[in-house]
Design a binder for this molecule. Structure first.
Ligand code: CP
Length: 307
């Protein structure tokens, strides 16, 4: 595979063929994890999280441990020398002498790209501000393949905070490359999908509609990707409070949905999916969180040239 020593900063860094190879490897690992438990023996992953995380950090760390490797790092900027004023570049230059691969989450857009520019080892973007979250997209794709058995031809609904949600930005750019995928964007006007993404879809001839109501369109969706309103990206708390509960998925709204709808959410959830939905067989978001570990196992094995 040609991914050895590469970085993953943007969701478009890998071609569809390269990405599908990573996803196919993830499926092989998922089917027989024990066969891979020494694959990264002796390797070290640095997990540098300058912003809070549960799933991404722990699934990366679990992925490395389950492949036989080891993990160093920090889970908040305050416990690193960033708190003393060290630049991101100096941190990365230093850590790349200790680790074989660096996973970085940072509140600033473009931080992972800066890290990749100075690192001597592969860098993976674990989320940079409101910009991108490419390993979440690998996770989402692995889940969609697992549930729907295909990606092409699906009508994908994205609902909630489409302006600040980096997971949606990466997902839309990425899966619009698959034949026949179309989108239904449901959000309050203030949280519409950004202009650059609409331009991207227009330039690539991808079909989409926008609505400020979820109910009327849910029946058309094959996948429904719910998102949290990203409180941490708002400048104005009153605006957040006004918008945060406008789109809530509950059992009533699902009555008109397809029997085989796949409901995803990158998590964490706040209020946007009622707890009653968890018991619905169409709810796939905890399965999705599990897929994240296998996607990251396959990614690291590929970037480290172990497959
Ligand atoms: N989906 C996701 O990025 O979750 P965390 O913020 O918990 O890592």
């Amino acid at each position: 595979m040609g991914l050895e020593s590469r970085n993953l900063i943007s969701t478009l860094d890998f071609s569809i063929e390269e990405q599908d190879e990573v996803l196919a490897l993830a499926e092989r690992i998922m089917a027989a994890p024990k066969e891979y438990d020494h694959l990264l023996g002796g390797r070290i992953m640095a997990s540098l999280f300058f912003e809070p995380s549960t799933r991404t950090r722990l699934s990366f760390e679990a992925a490395m441990l389950r492949l036989g490797g080891r993990v160093i790092g920090f889970s908040e900027a305050g416990s690193s020398s960033a708190a003393k004023g060290e630049s991101l570049s100096d941190t990365i230059r230093t850590v790349s002498q200790y680790a074989d691969i660096i996973v970085v989450r940072h509140p600033k857009e473009g931080a992972a790209n800066i890290a990749a520019g100075v690192s001597g080892v592969p860098v993976v973007n674990a989320g940079d501000g409101g910009h991108e979250h490419p390993t979440q997209t690998l996770t989402d794709l692995l889940t969609i393949r697992s549930v729907k058995k295909r990606v092409g031809g699906l009508a994908v609904g994205c609902c909630g905070d489409l302006k600040f949600g980096r997971t949606v930005h990466s997902l839309v750019k990425n899966i619009s490359r698959y034949e026949g995928v179309s989108f239904i964007f449901a959000s309050p006007d203030e949280l519409r999908i950004p202009r650059f993404l609409r331009a991207f879809l227009d330039d690539n001839g991808v079909e989409y509609v926008e609505t400020d109501r979820m109910d009327g369109k849910i029946a058309e969706m094959d996948v429904l990707y719910m998102t949290r309103v990203q409180k941490e990206r708002f400048f104005n708390e009153e605006e957040y409070i006004r918008l945060k509960d406008l789109f809530i998925l509950d059992a009533g709204k699902l009555r008109s949905a397809k029997e085989d709808l796949c409901i995803l959410h990158p998590l964490p959830r706040v209020n946007e999916i009622a707890y009653e939905v968890d018991a619905d067989k169409r709810a796939a978001y905890f399965h999705q969180a599990g897929c994240g570990m296998y996607a990251r196992m396959a990614l690291m094995a590929s970037l480290l040239g172990a497959v």
